[in-house]
Design a protein around this ligand. Structure first.
Ligand code: FAD
Length: 406
């Protein structure tokens, strides 16, 4: 039976836990980290296609805007540790970085998530943090003057308990929603967790038949829009656009995604171009006017009931033209769900943000308990935003803990 006492106990050595471990230890705090899987940073290793999109080049205010309803909550954390400061930190611990044009993403020059995980663990150890892997915490409780965390063959008591066990996505990386029942048992509000940044499933044959085709489109659901690549798959839709917009489908609040397949052309301009083309002598064919891949255009022609895949523009009647414009500018893709937590990059939902002090990450009414990272009800889009949320909230928690303990 292992029992020990420490100033700071961090549960979860993922992105947020590794960052917090170094930041606490660096401030002279006795820091223990308990991790369920056999190594630290398990999810970091799978991130960004194992290249790890560390952060974004955007400033704190712009970054915050990408967190939707969570933007006000995360702003102080992002101002305290900006994406630029996080990037500088990685450079300082030996991870040279580069920017990729697509959505202002920052990656390690090495394209190696393993390098990131190794550098973070090495740095935290060098600062004095102690890690105990293969240690699944089974429960937490308040004790006089602090907190207790229990695991199979022992327990830790501490003055400050930092909870960053992540969400429920990619369960193979250790995250199975362990933190939610602990928080609920303390009487705290947990927003129902659902998979997010996840591919969408469609029951419709034509969607699946386009499997492998990628389009530059504006995807739209409700008031949310994204102009990012859309990939048709044998199960439905994937790629950054649909994945960014997946939460309403996971919550059962939406049933179709609209795709604007010609984002650089207005509805009116498209209508006029189709009509003008029909007037021209020897009328051109549809494919010469609409620059889409053959497979996509054939599908749109079929859905618009044009009678053939690539008709001459003067063969298209008014009703058909109306359907064609609708399908090119707002193609309705029926969606019947997502591929679930196993394929979700993050979990939407988690500890309600009004339960936490956004300037310290301390949980209201539970002194000494800090929650940060993906366990919070905070989700950003694809592009390094979720790691940045982990780094910034972890840094704020560590700084607040250090202030209180000194
Ligand atoms: C495939 C994939 C690719 C991604 N790519 C990117 C990317 O490129 N850029 C980006 O910004 N974001 C990316 N993300 C999201 C990002 O990985 C997460 O948002 C981030 O890791 C959250 O950090 P966290 O520390 O809160 O949680 P995690 O990193 O998930 O860490 C939580 C840790 O807690 C441990 N734990 C859980 N329960 C217990 C317990 N009971 N006892 C002890 N330990 C426990 C887990 O094993 C885990 O190690 C990706 C996610 C996935 C799944």
């Amino acid at each position: 039976m292992a029992t020990f006492d420490t100033q700071v106990c961090i549960i979860g050595a993922g992105a947020a836990g590794l960052w917090a471990a170094a930041a606490c230890a660096e401030r002279g705090l006795q820091t223990w980290v308990l991790e369920k899987t056999k190594r630290t940073g398990t999810k970091i290793l799978s991130s960004g296609g194992s290249r790890c999109n560390l952060t974004t080049t955007l400033g704190p205010k712009e970054t915050a805007k990408h967190f939707g309803a969570g933007h006000n909550f995360i702003l102080p954390a992002l101002r305290n540790l900006t994406p630029q400061a996080a990037r500088a930190h990685f450079e300082a611990i030996g991870v040279a970085t580069k920017t990729e044009a697509d959505f202002e993403k920052v990656f390690p020059v090495s394209d190696s998530a393993l390098q990131v995980q190794k550098a973070m663990e090495r740095h935290a150890r060098a600062m004095g943090a102690t890690f105990r892997v293969n240690t699944q915490v089974t429960g937490i409780s308040a004790i006089p003057g602090g907190w207790k965390a229990e695991f199979k063959d022992g327990s830790v008591t501490c003055q400050k308990l930092l909870l960053c066990v992540g969400g429920q996505s990619y369960p193979a990386t250790g995250t199975r929603g362990d933190g939610y029942p602990w928080l609920r048992a303390l009487g705290l509000k947990v927003v129902h967790p659902v998979p997010a940044l996840v591919p969408l499933s469609s029951p419709i044959g034509w969607v699946r038949e386009l499997s492998g085709v990628s389009v530059d489109a504006i995807a739209k659901v409700g008031k949310q829009t994204r102009r990012r690549p859309v990939l048709f798959t044998h199960k439905g839709l994937s790629g950054p656009g649909p994945m960014d917009l997946s939460e309403p489908f996971a919550r059962g609040q939406a049933k179709e995604l609209l795709l604007d397949l010609l984002p650089d052309q207005s509805w009116e301009a498209l209508r006029e171009a189709l009509m003008d083309g029909a007037q021209r002598p020897g009328s051109p064919r549809l494919a010469s006017l609409v620059k889409l891949s053959r497979r996509v255009l054939e599908t749109v022609a079929d859905l618009s009931e044009l009678g053939e895949a690539n008709p001459k523009l003067n063969q298209i009647n008014k009703k058909q033209r109306h359907r064609l414009v609708e399908n090119l500018k707002a193609l309705r893709v029926p969606i019947n769900g997502t591929l679930g937590f196993t394929k979700a990059e993050v979990t939407a939902g988690g500890l309600a943000l009004n339960q936490v002090d956004r300037k310290t990450m301390q949980v209201h009414g539970h002194p000494g308990l800090y929650v940060f990272g993906e366990l919070l009800d905070l989700t950003g889009p694809i592009g390094g935003f979720n790691f940045q949320a982990a780094w910034s909230t972890a840094q704020l928690a560590a700084e607040s803990v250090a202030k209180e303990l000194k």
